[in-house]
Design a protein around this ligand. Structure first.
Ligand SMILES: O=P(O)(O)OC[C@H]1O[C@H](OP(=O)(O)OP(=O)(O)O)[C@H](O)[C@@H]1O
Ligand SMILES: NC(=O)CC[C@H](N)C(=O)O
Ligand SMILES: [Mg+2]
Length: 502
């Protein structure tokens, strides 16, 4: 996942986009970029790093104009180390377009060769987002055929994009001299919302927190498959551009990715995490009698709402046993297993008195590679804990994700092909309690009856786009640079229950 934002205003937008990106920083720590437009000219600055490091005062001054967009990147395709793959991406024809993308295309390789051989367009990086921009640009050219651009032609281009592009994509694009376009894939896998401020500024962003934190009132979500075009006067045009749209948002957004103060697709992320804590409490009771637990301790940061609710329901004390160094970023979205492992110790330190001689129940939102839990369990033991139980508010992560979360192979997932008991032994805890898949879906799904189903592929192996083969997963991982140093290329243990054998 990445964080994206776009703004149409009557006043300079550089600071506004910067502020919104800071509020979306948790979605991508690897690179950041902003484009603004003044009199049909684009001004861009992008680089690797966190928002506060990428933009110096001189860069901000060089971003004039009342319309623009920005992105924080967490790479899921191409090269994690490449400066060129930082977003936004730009093409000069037709009109001049810049684009930011959150998600992951599953047919980027085929599209890249199609773009070259049939559409005669050149892409210069391994980024799937550059492919997406070129497909859109080609289709916009086709729809306008040299005529002036109206919203109808923009929608025709998005309709064509939906037919050619597979995977997940929440997109914001700026068409020079015309306006800002936002659209979402036909399954609405990645979130996208729109809001407005008192002075008429319109903002589109990945999460509602970016709207609220910059003085905008949430108006609505962009629907799956829908395109919204905001012209330079702030007039909003919208159209459903997919043939069979369905709302299947990524459930991992609610488990871990999004900020708890965001509301995605009308579901409060905080409430979703409270509900997960509630259902997890029921699972804990059936494995470890509550009178054998002295204290519930969350693993900061994302597990806190679930852990508080769990402790409350079990009538157990909730204590902070780990203190987070706020200057270390999120470890899960860092590229490379070595750096992730080191970061857990740098990031979390124990308050030894909370552990000494006690039976502790540690609660995390999810166990993915097991990096965090292994370290944490050992730290709890070193601090003198008697028994160390571990509970995960999400079910075992067993399958690769192809829709924009960086878990591209099953071999790196600690629960892949292993029983809960085997995972418990690897993590080294005295009992391991996982959430149940159906209970997780019910706990979150009960908060919005309009959701027909979630993308929960990393938990259940069901890929909502219905077109993912085992070969696709191997291929998607082939060109990745800058991820885990070991293990990632071994795809021999791939097992996808609903993947078609290619
Ligand atoms: O099993 P693993 O591969 O270690 O991944 C799971 C851990 O990673 C995430 O924490 P992270 O530090 O990224 O962010 P947070 O501070 O929001 O919890 C998540 O909350 C788990 O703690
Ligand atoms: N996490 C994302 O949304 C990543 C977007 C895009 N696939 C990239 O790697 O840049
Ligand atoms: Mg965590």
């Amino acid at each position: 996942m990445c964080g994206i934002v776009g703004v149409v205003s009557n006043a300079p937008v550089n600071q506004l986009i910067y502020d919104a990106l800071l509020l979306l920083q948790h979605r991508g720590q690897d690179a950041a970029g902003i484009v603004t437009q003044q009199e049909r000219k684009f001004f861009m600055h992008k680089a690797k790093g966190m928002v506060r490091d990428v933009f110096r005062t001189r860069n901000m001054r060089a971003l004039p104009g009342d319309v623009g967009l920005g992105q924080v990147r967490y790479p899921t395709a191409g090269n994690a180390y490449s400066e060129e793959e930082a977003q936004p991406f730009y093409v000069n024809a037709p009109f001049g377009i810049v684009l930011v993308h959150n998600g992951n295309l599953t047919n980027a390789k085929a599209l890249r060769s199609e773009l070259f051989s049939t559409d005669h367009r050149h892409t210069n990086t391994d980024s799937d987002s550059e492919v997406l921009l070129n497909v859109f640009a080609h289709e916009l050219e086709r729809a306008t055929r040299g005529l002036p651009l109206q919203s109808e032609e923009v929608f025709a281009a998005v309709r064509a994009v939906h037919k050619r592009v597979k995977g997940s994509y929440a997109v914001i694009a700026l068409i020079a001299g015309h306006g800002l376009l936002a659209f979402r894939d036909p399954h609405g896998i990645r979130p996208l919302a729109m809001g407005r401020s008192a002075d008429g500024t319109v903002m589109v962003a990945s999460e509602s927190v970016a709207l609220e934190g910059t003085g905008h009132v949430f108006e609505r979500n962009i629907n799956p498959g829908e395109a919204v075009f905001i012209d330079l006067k702030g007039q909003i045009h919208s159209q459903q551009c997919a043939e069979n749209p369905k709302l299947n948002p990524c459930i991992f957004e609610f488990v871990y990715l999004a900020r708890p103060d965001s509301v995605l697709d009308n579901i409060s992320v905080y409430q979703a995490r409270l509900n997960l804590g509630e259902t997890l409490a029921k699972r804990v009771v059936s494995t470890v009698p509550p009178n054998e637990i002295d204290v519930v301790i969350p693993i900061p940061e994302s597990s806190r709402p679930s852990a508080t609710q769990l402790a409350h329901l079990l009538g157990l004390p909730y204590r902070e046993g780990f203190v987070k160094n706020r200057y270390v970023g999120r470890t899960f979205i860092m590229p490379g297993q070595g750096v992730r492992k080191k970061s857990v110790r740098q990031k979390l330190n124990v308050i030894a008195s909370e552990f000494k001689g006690r039976n502790v129940l540690l609660v995390d939102d999810s166990i993915v590679r097991g990096t965090t839990s292994r370290e944490i369990v050992q730290m709890a033991r070193d601090a003198g804990a008697n028994k160390v139980y571990m509970a995960s508010a999400a079910p075992p992560v067993r399958y690769p994700n192809v829709y924009g979360i960086d878990m591209p192979t099953s071999t790196e997932l600690v629960a892949h092909g292993r029983t809960v008991e085997e995972v418990r032994q690897i993590i080294g805890c005295d009992a391991l309690i996982y959430q149940d898949v159906d209970a997780m879906k019910a706990a979150i799904g009960s908060l919005n009856s309009g959701i027909t189903g979630f993308d929960a592929s990393c938990f259940d192996g069901v890929y909502v786009t219905g077109d993912i083969t085992s070969d696709d997963i191997v291929r998607l991982n082939e060109n990745r640079v800058g991820q885990d140093e070991a293990g990632d290329t071994d795809t021999s243990r791939l097992a996808l229950p609903n993947a078609q054998e290619a």
